[in-house]
Design a protein around this ligand. Structure first.
Ligand SMILES: [Ca+2]
Length: 131
């Protein structure tokens, strides 16, 4: 019985353990084309397990005032390529709060303050990426 529980626990503990944020200067799509920023569905309080789940790529000069609906208010972590910057808005059509991220890894948008009490967790609705 102990073995079974241990196995079950392990099965659970390995879920989502494979995620790891890519280094900013390695951001490329499957064809080797440069990506401006990669935005992920999940984050984790263990930084090495952040950048999990599905992701959406922004290419250089992508101007997206209305994010695809299935990505609206869903992004929880992101990586911005070297020499690039990603500007995001909390409401579609570039309304609401605005924030600019320069090159680097944002492990948890939950830790990025928005306004007095809020955060950017699951709150991106528009973006503009430039390199
Ligand atoms: Ca999310």
């Amino acid at each position: 019985m102990k073995v079974v529980s241990a196995l079950l626990l392990c099965a659970l503990c390995f879920l989502g353990l494979d995620a790891q944020c890519p280094e900013p200067n390695t951001l490329k799509d499957a064809e080797g084309k440069k990506i401006c920023a990669r935005m992920f569905e999940d984050s984790n309080y263990y930084y090495e397990q952040s950048c999990g789940g599905e992701y959406i790529d922004a290419y250089p000069n992508d101007d997206v005032p209305i994010i695809p609906w299935r990505w609206n208010n869903r992004i929880s972590s992101l990586v911005v390529n070297k020499m690039c910057s990603l500007t995001v808005w909390s409401r579609v059509k570039k309304n609401g709060s605005k924030r600019k991220f320069s090159s680097g890894i944002v492990y948890r948008l939950k830790d990025v303050q928005q306004g007095l009490l809020g955060s950017w967790e699951n709150d991106i609705s528009a973006y503009y990426c430039v390199c």
